[in-house]
Write a protein that binds this ligand. Structure first.
Ligand code: AMP
Length: 176
């Protein structure tokens, strides 16, 4: 049953070569979202994987992490917290800067909304180098919360992003 669901999800991911830059194969998940069962299969598999973690909230990373994360939060009846690129949220916010392949970027979220030690799951569409998820986990820790796990639709295993994420339990539905 799980294997059937994974196969169905796999068939709904479109490879777009040389987007947004030459040499990158962009993983387009919009066919998955356009399939009535696709999103539901993803959230159902994640719910089963994390059932024993006693999660107290779900954090979605802009932008596609909002879609998957909010759907999972609704299924699990948990609060959803968006982590955004800098400058999009009204204050007060807490920020974190992190290194990209070339340069730096900043993520931020509302300050003061998390409880101390709140048990959190991070959700995004694709795990590549792991830098974005690592920065998100650090941002949550800065606020005293406890990121326990991270869920992705697809992991680009050859980039070894999971190894940067240390103690987080990683659940990628598809792995390349
Ligand atoms: P990283 O910080 O390198 O793990 O990159 C993760 C972020 O970049 C995620 O929010 C993804 O949406 C996006 N991303 C990275 N590589 C790809 C790819 N090949 N296809 C689609 N999205 C990607």
């Amino acid at each position: 049953m799980r294997e059937e669901s994974i196969q169905r999800i796999r068939a709904l991911v479109r490879d777009v070569p040389d987007f947004p830059k030459p040499g990158i194969v962009f993983k387009d998940l919009s066919p998955l979202l356009a399939d009535p069962e696709g999103l539901s299969l993803c959230t159902s598999l994640w719910q089963q994987s994390f059932a024993s973690l006693e999660l107290e909230g779900i954090v979605g990373i802009e932008a596609r992490g909002f879609i998957f994360g909010a759907a999972l939060a609704a299924r699990c009846a948990l609060p959803f917290y968006p982590v955004r690129k800098a400058g999009k949220l009204p204050g007060p916010t807490q920020q974190i800067r992190y290194a990209l392949e070339y340069g730096e970027d900043t993520l931020e979220m509302r300050a003061g909304v998390l409880r101390p030690k709140q048990r959190l799951l991070i959700v995004d569409d694709v795990l590549a180098t792991g830098g974005t998820c690592q920065a998100t986990a650090d941002l949550l820790r800065l606020q005293g919360a406890e990121p326990l796990a991270a869920a992705f639709v697809l992991e680009l295993g050859f980039l070894e992003g999971a190894q940067r994420l240390g103690s987080l339990q990683i659940e990628s539905l598809l792995r390349l």
